[in-house]
Write a protein that binds this ligand. Structure first.
Ligand code: ZN
Length: 172
């Protein structure tokens, strides 16, 4: 297991569409372990593989993180089968958009079909924070970031701040 570098916006890699996984094998399990380590180390509650530069449809999450026991969740090839018409608003952040937060409206509930860590087919009825988090992570698989839902003005302001905060690169 190892901690990987999280790619931050602006970066074209984050805009790639991730590809379905054929089978949950050893390689995918190592990737999921690394993703979870990386997510915990960065104090996040969700991470998509593309955020560490791997364009596979894999997500890890732990919405209880920081509140005691760890309870990791793994989603391979997740598909949203149903979305509630009722919406809810959360202030969202993203490990790829460091230190920036904004309110985003999304369906309050959703049903997700996916494969778990063992490659078994699962269905999850998600609501509240869990539903929002899954939808945020699944957006990453399509190359979408939460700032894409904001006004152009607000989005540009955030990107400007991110560019300002990016460390200078030196070659020695
Ligand atoms: Zn994110």
């Amino acid at each position: 297991m190892s901690i990987k570098t999280i790619i931050t916006e602006p970066n074209k890699i984050l805009r790639q569409i991730s590809q379905p996984v054929e089978k949950v094998g050893k390689e995918e399990k190592i990737l999921m372990d690394d993703m979870l380590d990386t997510m915990y180390a960065a104090n996040g509650i969700g991470l998509a593989a593309i955020q560490i530069g791997v364009p596979k449809r894999i997500i890890v999450m732990d919405i209880t993180w920081g509140k005691g026991e760890k309870s990791p969740m793994y989603f391979v090839n997740p598909v949203i089968k149903h979305k509630d018409k009722v919406k809810s608003v959360y202030e969202e952040g993203c490990l790829s958009v460091p230190n920036q937060f904004a309110e985003v409206e999304r369906p309050k509930n959703c049903r997700v079909e996916y494969l778990d860590y063992e490659g078994k087919k699962k269905i999850l009825e998600a609501e509240g924070l869990l539903a929002t988090c899954i939808q945020h992570e699944m957006d990453h698989l399509e190359g979408i970031l939460f700032i894409d839902y904001l006004s152009k003005l607000k989005k540009n302001m955030i990107i400007k701040k991110l560019l300002k905060n990016k460390p200078d690169r030196i070659v020695v």
